[in-house]
Design a protein around this ligand. Sequence first.
Ligand code: SAM
Ligand code: GLN
Length: 314
Amino acid sequence: MDNCSINKTVEKTDKQNIGDLLHFGKAVLEQNSNQNAESESILLLSYLLNKEKSALFLNRHLPVSPYKTKRFYEWVEQRKKGIPIQYITGFQNFMGLEFETSEGVFIPRSETEILVEKIIELIEMFPEKKRLSLLDLGAGSGVIPITVCSFFQKKGRDVNFYAVDVSEKALRLAAKNAQKFHCQNHINFMKGELFTPLKELNRSILFDGIISNPPYISHRDWKNLPDEVRIFEPPEALLGGEKGLDFYQKIIRESPKFLKPGGFLALEFGHRQKNDIKQLITENANYLQKVITFRDYYHNDRGIIAFKNSSENN
Ligand code: SAM
Ligand code: GLN
């Protein structure tokens, strides 16, 4: 179908059925060289109509209101411009929960689900700890503290977070997500640079664990990021200095002051950063022991967990 005939179909009918719209979205996105045209058209319509994908296939003949039809055309147009699907629909599923997203805030990635799973496993290894206090540095949309809190809330365990971010926009979104999943009383959101807001408190806090998925893209990798990420997501959520290691240096250096003896540090990192981060730990953090790395679903090295030694003299 050429561009003209697609536009004609659109102009002719402001009322279409589900099947027509799916076909329209697929055709427009395919023309735009989108490799996932069909699945993205399905995903957009499924969010717009709030229907499962299977319900779309079973109800292809059902009419869609002129209002929703118009919205669908707008969404397809936005997608054609490269805007990430999650900014168009306003949602991203993470650990089975539908998180709100918003432009200017990092979109949660499936890699980070592994980090959350590791943290949950770690906490479950210590059932005798009835009350846990954790810190998330660079909270973004709030996925890490919210999924962990929500998991343990269902199990009747008291897991509490301090969650820090420099971005006001991110903190507003994270607070909204915390409310949505009833975790607002377990997460204390703070604005500022890494540990700074904690240093400004007039008391010192020690955590059972410090977690972070900091910005880790290097200058070299920045150029190779897909346009969708480089143009539309906030650079300050992605760029980690020349080698992508700036945040790890600071976090690894400062963590001992904020960790209880035996507490853990859990970090996501870029798939080529494992050795650099292990070296950073060896050179700067003799307070850390039992360093364990883990991989993501695609078998890329993706994260590290280390424990502060149990003696008090650090
Ligand atoms: N934790 C979220 C996740 O996993 O989806 C967001 C991770 S995103 C890669 C990194 C986050 O760190 C962004 O929300 C960004 O605003 C925040 N950030 C950047 N520089 C920071 C700093 N100096 N102090 C605290 N947060 C920072
Ligand atoms: N995994 C992200 C990406 O490449 C980067 C996340 C980060 O910098 N923490 O899109």
